[in-house]
Write a protein that binds this ligand. Sequence first.
Ligand SMILES: Nc1ncnc2c1ncn2[C@@H]1O[C@H](COP(=O)(O)OP(=O)(O)OP(=O)(O)O)[C@@H](O)[C@H]1O
Ligand SMILES: [Mg+2]
Length: 584
Amino acid sequence: MSSSDAFARAEHALGARYRLERAVAENSERVLFVGQDKVLNRRVSIRVNLTGEDPLRAWFLREAEALAQLDHPAIRHVYDVGVVGEIAYRVGNWIDGESLETAAARGPRLYPAVHALARDVLSALEHSHTQGILVRRIVPAGMILSHSGRGTVTDLRFCSWALPAIPPGIEPSGKAFMAPEVRNGAVGEPASDIYTAGAVLYFALTGMVPELDPEAIPRPSDLRPTTPRAVERIVIRALQRDPRQRYMSAAEMLEDFASEAGTFETVPVRPGGAQVAATVGAGSKEWEKLLRRALGDDYELLDAIGSGGFGRVYRARDLHLEREVALKVLHPALTRDPAGVERFRREAQHAARLSHPNIVDIYDIQGRSGLLWYTMELVRGPNLAQLVEEQGALPIPRVLRLLREALSALSQAHAQNLVHRDIKPENMLLAPGGNLKITDFGLALALRGQGRFSGATSQSGTPQFASPEQLLGERVDQRSDLYSLAAVAYFALLGYPAFTGATPEQILARQTTDQIPDLREERPELNPRVVRVLERAIQAAPDRRFASAAEFQQALREASRRTFLERAVDMVRRAANPPNRGSS
Ligand SMILES: Nc1ncnc2c1ncn2[C@@H]1O[C@H](COP(=O)(O)OP(=O)(O)OP(=O)(O)O)[C@@H](O)[C@H]1O
Ligand SMILES: [Mg+2]
């Protein structure tokens, strides 16, 4: 029978009460229509059986009865059932949405959606079991997901109310979503439906139909490496061949899911070293627990990268976009002041507008449960302080490249009126290819406020890279960043900070009396013109420095451009003796 034929016959039989709109699914014996209930004035689904008087007709009606026995939001309701001449029908609620099969065709479902599906399927099964009905099979095509994310079971064809067991002659479709014992003709038990739930969740999680043989089913994490460990454990337990190895009830499986919700742990978090514990102090376990709960279904913590004056930085996974990010959580003590938080948000929004290859991208800022965090591009490499600690003073071309990249970043940021105010080795990250990525743009001092000595502190706890005007609590502008950058260049060339001191006052005293270490002494191979550029950049008085990043950049470019003669001499020299880093 053609579908227009079926439509005409169904309309003829049901037209007094229902207005049929269109067929949405069909096979040789049944058609599903969406229509309108003209009396109650609501959209309905109308399932029609066209086989006439035969066992399939009886089966169809038994399934309708089974649906009517159940009253659960995740199981399709039945409003009306009847037989009119050749046609049997059942009317139920219409669900606006798509099938799990359609949704998964776009790719595996997001983890939070898998959790939501588990809740719906398992609570539906639990309800069904209390009514004495085994569902036995749920296929992805019959699982409808509403736009709001709720899942509904719409098909109970193989349930124990409709069939005592799968009859030998019948070859059900979607056998992979049936427990092995049920496929083999057993009546089944609640644990059989656990298998079915496991198979549906496996499909949602991986986008793959599980193998028929439970032993041959690949682990979800083999197909989707980021699969949360807890979800994998639960799904695998549900898919055991031996029903006694599965959960005993849907409620038990649901409980396991619920207690793991929001954990999404794949790797245990290990602190990034003593430094982390020292900053956060005791109660660090508590903090992490609180943080995990606050992050909920949005981010999963992977491990701690480090900590600074404001909080901690973690490597984390964005569970929606499935990518790794760096997540910085601010110390709760800092976020207690609403004005500070407001200032911080504004700065973060401002900084998020920057887009430059040498600036860490800010992705998102969020707060929940009294915690405030933001996420950013994850840089998989050391910061400059760590690099120098490990390798000592850096080769000159390496430092020049760093300066070039930093100046390019600063000139863009400054053009947008954004001053970093905390340029220091810890905020200069080095990506695997050696690219510089500057982090914490404008954010550091948003929280610290701008009082006297509010200037940037490095890991030593003293503001070795802050400009004199910052240390004096004066107004800072872009020239302050350029000063700090010059101090960073000194640090990279010397292997130690240019100005040291136990207190900000001592540092300030060294800066203002221009007690600058002599680069020519420490790095004799350094081009004297480059030395002069750096000396100018690190002058205590702002108006004796370069006025802008562009000017600094230009001076550096000119200084490092070597004359023909210099290049020739260099070549002869290099041929005579191999390059020497010449650091102290
Ligand atoms: N986007 C990122 N990707 C990778 N690692 C990062 C990222 N941002 C920061 N880090 C690492 O985390 C460490 C801690 O950063 P954090 O900003 O908390 O401290 P800090 O820079 O040492 O001091 P401050 O609190 O003054 O900024 C940094 O030293 C850096 O190595
Ligand atoms: Mg930092």
